[in-house]
Design a protein around this ligand. Sequence first.
Ligand code: GLU
Length: 554
Amino acid sequence: MSNENLAELLFPDVRLLPTDIYSLYPPRDLPSSAFVTRFAPSPTGSLNIGGLYATLISERLAHQSNGVFFLRIEDTDKKREIEGSLENIINSLSYFGILFDEGPQLTGDDKGDYGPYKQSSRMQIYQVFIKHLVRNGLAYPCFCDTDDLQKIRKSQQDIKVTTGYYGQWAKHRDITFEQAKEEISNGKPFVIRIKSSGSSGRRITYHDLVKGPIEIPENDQDIVIMKTDGLPTYHFAHAIDDYLMGTTHVIRGDEWLSSVPIHIQLFETLGFRVPQFGHIAPIMKQVGASKRKFSKRKDLDGTAEYYKEQGYPGISISEYFMNLINSNFEEWRMANPYQSFREFFIHTEKMNASGALFDMNKLDDISKEVISRLTGQQVFEYLYTWSKEFDSELYSLIDKNQDYTVNILNIGRTIDKPRKDYSKWSDVKPMIAFFYDELFEKDVSSGYMLPTSVNFDVAKEIVLGFSKSYRFNNEKEVWFHKIKELAGELGFAKDMKQYKANPNIYKGHVGDVAMVIRVALTNRTNTPDLFNMMKVMGETRVLSRMETFLGGSI
Ligand code: GLU
């Protein structure tokens, strides 16, 4: 009876009972093999790659089992909140192709029947359960202020026992209704603590999905479940929400492993089914010869935003993460080059229990592969969207020259083994800049970069000769034949074999002639196929670049 009175004293306005809440959250209508997982970030800034990695795992586990993956925003700590985080998280997940079935939307509405999905909108629900625990003698108000807690701590340190609020040290554990009433009438703030039934001498065992069997001491601390401002603590809100929302598997960073005893205790005290837990080690960064965790402050490349800014397609990151999640993905990918990575089944027990290493070179290789499978039109569309946000010069160029750009991007792409030259959208501009007259003119205004083996006067003869014989409609064979003839006329060997037999009697060979033409057109010595390039550039541009070269300097 006194617990009942205490509960009324503390929460006079809370009228609902847990049963009222349960009726709003019926069990999900899913087969028992379906996983329900979630990503539960706090809105404290941008997403880091570790978070993204864990999220992909959660999303895959849900969707590969025909389950549900949802997003929940854990915003009960208003002090740590950073404005714009929610938008940033939603946009990042969408960029990286991690789609959630339920959760907050950019419009401000929620999608899904198990919401609200922002903890700050769930205060009444938490209070119903807190009141319920007090009513049942499983939780109690604690009026200790920081000074009181400090004193307890000091006494514990003096006699060298574990510090904290537990057992005989828990001053308000057995507080009576009258005492509580008096504290409240004196205006004393209070928190609510759980009355822990655990003992640090006992151990719990559970099977971690990633780390395997874990044995860890029980929680004996009377942890705070509601703060003085009436908001629940993370631990408590997590238990309530994951139960009501039907989470079956909690996948998260291993910084939460040590909280598992608290969480299991909370689920059990509340009479809830305990979900399965899987704790992922942080992704490591290679620095010189050693490995370390990504640092929030130092490592720009530790944020999801960085990969978006650099222009890695979201799918490249997912493909790369799949390799880190299960190392047999690589073999599967080789056997199934055209299937979506979503066809591959991931297994938590095959995951790396210690930190997986983030290998930038591998990411680049995978991303090149991914981009090489796209059509020129698709690359154009990605580039268009990316440059609009991150490279206004490129954006205005490709916007003005849309068809031309698609043709440029198609060079070397419409064949069996397409070129693997771009790993990210920011790679594209330096490689195709010369196609655009504005950038090309800027480039050659400070002179042409001819290889030192070629004399500029001879180069001009080559370009003059070529421009006279050049016909846009010539087939590749005819076109090349003309270059060979020109080589012969100007004292170059028509083929390598000839040249190698008597190098001294020639100025060079046909390759040098083609190189000069290449430089005249692009001011580069390394470009895609010369003939294809000319086709894309068109007759007028080719001839005008020849003219520019003839009037130019080195
Ligand atoms: N809000 C917690 C965080 O920011 C979530 C932890 C969990 O997934 O349970 O990491």
